[in-house]
Unconditional design. Structure first.
Length: 217
């Protein structure tokens, strides 16, 4: 339990932001013209030692918005058939509310001011989320409108790798190419990577603090 007026650890660690990992699968590269087809979000939580771990996953299949572009090359890459009868996709507004509602609740539970998007090439995911939110006229966007944590940069620093699959392997995370380019799979692996980089930093920092204390004790 926390003392009265004491912020939870997560709120203190990231300046009031709650990291939420996001991955989208799309019908192209242009967020204004190309369809958002899948979205997955993974929340993270902090344990009693101050380490992060993936927590809950929320996802939705998304119906292409009216007149959305669907690039055959993108569909070949992600393997999505946007109009498959068993896909159970929702309109953009419903799909976004489905995944954002629990994020808003988690932000509140952690005493944070808002969420910050974590992604592999995060600007791509944020651009598609922001464009879809605008089309659906959703005002309560829990994410910071432009700031992100990008695991491309973090993994380049920590492991010398920037490709998601190679960075995961360098971090000791199992990777299955047959499951890649699914929003849920990529988001969950990215969440593991983000936590691995963060925890590596935290352990090194704690180790340095102990050495400093011993040297000056």
């Amino acid at each position: 339990m926390y003392e009265p007026n004491e912020k939870p650890p997560m709120a203190r660690r990231f300046r009031g932001f709650l990291p939420v990992v996001v991955d989208v699968e799309t019908g192209g590269l242009n967020p204004k013209t190309d369809a958002l087809l899948e979205i997955a979000l993974v929340t993270v939580r902090m344990d009693e030692k101050g380490m992060l771990e993936p927590h809950e996953t929320f996802s939705a299949h998304v119906q292409p918005f009216p007149n959305a572009n669907l690039d055959p090359k993108s569909l070949a890459l992600n393997g999505i058939d946007p109009y498959h009868p068993l896909r159970i996709a929702q309109p953009e507004g419903e799909a976004l509310e489905r995944v954002l509602r629990p994020v808003r609740q988690t932000v509140k539970e952690n005493g944070c001011t808002r969420a910050i998007l974590v992604g592999h090439n995060a600007s791509f995911d944020l651009a598609f989320v922001n464009a879809a939110l605008a089309r659906a006229d959703i005002k309560r966007n829990p994410f910071h409108p432009f700031s992100t944590f990008d695991t491309v940069s973090l993994c380049g620093l920590a492991y010398g790798q920037t490709v998601l699959a190679r960075a995961a392997e360098a971090a000791g995370i199992q990777w299955d190419n047959s499951k890649a380019h699914s929003a849920v799979y990529d988001a969950e692996r990215t969440a593991e990577l983000f936590c691995a980089v963060f925890n590596r930093w935290e352990r090194n920092t704690q180790h340095d603090d102990i050495n400093f204390a011993c040297a000056n004790g």
